[in-house]
Design a protein around this ligand. Structure first.
Ligand code: HEC
Ligand code: HEC
Length: 384
């Protein structure tokens, strides 16, 4: 049932939300066990009933943290939780998980100067039972294809163009700053594909920072919206869900109509990282560091200069959750090149949006971006 919920969620997700994660090694270590809630923000133990280890963690990070665990162990919520009563400690696995959190914090404190270098995923690798013995070779070596994927030049000194040059080339490749800034609205129609299904989707963008998408399902529309400061998810028959933390952060990036001109200002520092192969083409990878937020990885096609991949990370109490967006099928839309296809992937799932029609600078009603009134809803486990 959990799986079904996740799949239903996929459609909502047009650009954000709550899938599970597989901890990816962090690009920058956080020098403490888990993030503490800034003053004034609700702490986990104030919102939930039985928090013993994750005390002090922002309440809004509990679900992302749980998704991090789920993805790291390759299990569903009910591996540790009794249905409808997340606070109960009936399952031994939940109690073990608490001990594991303490162990993880201690390992990092004692061995890695408090940097969160070891996470649940380091040992579990998508399985509830970590394997302690290396596997035998069951296949002929596949040469360059085998082994863990890493940007190739990562260990070497980066020798590609400077991040500034890459950003500039990208901006020129899409049509230049003036062309980008001339876009005040965009309406896209197409299809969203996930788990073998395809549903029609309409996406409206306006004012460089507002965006709403409607995925048309037989039972009604799934909505993903960002109005410049608030984000929300709507699904037929379910209460509106507000976006928080990294979901909101991601939604703001996805909503940015002027991303090619805004990228530079997003970062306090940028560093070349190496190259990687995306779709059989070489791309330069750059890390963009942000103030108080996890870094973002950007990959630019070596030839065309276009942005072909963006990886962002959501902070949780135990590790970071990656979201990777691959952009493809760049075409001209009223003087600016934009991707007509993108694939958003997370540890828990993926979907692809293929756009078939784009209209630039057509009127889009402001009313579209007004958040529907909903009774204040304390974040609750998803309805079953
Ligand atoms: C491997 C075990 C494990 C899995 C899988 C897991 N959790 Fe948890 N969950 C815990 C532990 C342990 C705690 C208590 C943390 C603490 O004491 O600080 C917890 C606490 C919670 C709480 C707070 C309950 C309360 O009121 O105190 C919620 C809500 C929750 N989990 C939801 C989920 C959801 C949703 C999923 C699936 C996405 C999930 N969990 C998957 C181990 C797990
Ligand atoms: C240093 C390695 C390591 C880390 C880090 C680690 N685990 Fe484990 N975990 C193990 C090993 C090994 C076992 C199996 C122990 C056994 O077989 O008795 C295990 C077992 C478990 C089990 C019991 C599984 C079962 O089938 O009963 C849970 C639940 C669990 N871990 C959760 C977590 C969570 C959640 C985290 C992150 C907070 C985590 N672990 C981090 C090594 C690790």
């Amino acid at each position: 049932m959990k799986r079904k919920w996740v799949l239903a969620g996929m459609a909502i997700l047009a650009v954000c939300a709550l899938l599970a994660a597989g901890a990816k090694a962090q690009a920058s270590g956080t020098p403490h066990a888990g993030p503490s809630a800034p003053a004034g923000e609700k702490k986990a133990e104030e919102q939930f009933k039985n928090i013993q280890v994750l005390k002090g963690v922002p309440a809004e990070q509990i679900f992302p943290t749980m998704q991090f665990i789920t993805a790291s162990l390759g299990v569903e919520c009910d591996f540790c939780h009794v249905q409808g009563a997340f606070e109960k400690d009936e399952k031994k696995t939940k109690q073990t998980a608490r001990k594991m959190m303490e162990m993880m914090f201690a390992i990092n404190k004692d061995n890695f100067e408090g940097h969160r270098d070891v996470t649940c995923y380091s040992c579990h690798r998508g399985s509830a039972e970590p394997v302690g013995t290396p596997p035998v070779m069951t296949d002929e070596p596949k040469g360059a294809m085998g082994g863990p994927k890493k940007p190739e030049g990562e260990t070497k000194e980066y020798s590609g163009p400077s991040p500034d040059q890459l950003l500039e080339k990208y901006l020129q490749a899409v049509g230049g700053a003036a062309a980008v800034d001339k876009v005040t609205s965009r309406v896209m129609t197409g299809a969203i594909e996930f788990s073998g299904k395809s549903l029609p989707i309409d996406i409206y963008s306006k004012d460089a920072d507002k965006r709403i998408s409607f995925t048309h399902m037989p039972e009604g529309d799934n909505v993903t919206a960002f109005n410049g400061h608030e984000g929300w998810l709507g699904a037929p028959g379910r209460p509106l869900r507000e976006m928080h933390g990294s979901d909101l952060d991601g939604a703001a990036i996805d909503a940015d109509l002027h991303l090619p001109t805004h990228l530079r200002n997003m970062f306090i520092d940028m560093r070349g990282r190496g190259t990687e192969k995306i779709d059989n083409r070489e791309a330069y990878v750059v890390t963009g560091f942000r103030e108080g937020k996890p870094p973002i990885l950007l990959s630019f096609d070596e030839q065309s200069g276009l942005l072909v991949r963006l990886v962002r990370f959501g902070e949780t109490a135990l590790g970071q959750m990656p979201t990777q967006i691959d952009y493809a099928d760049y075409r001209d839309a009223g003087g600016v090149k934009i991707p007509y296809r993108w694939t958003l992937a997370r540890p828990g799932g993926r979907f692809t949006i293929q756009v078939s029609e784009v209209k630039e600078n057509v009127p889009v009603d402001d009313a579209k971006f007004v958040k529907p009134a909903a009774p204040p809803e304390p974040p609750k486990p998803p309805a079953k």
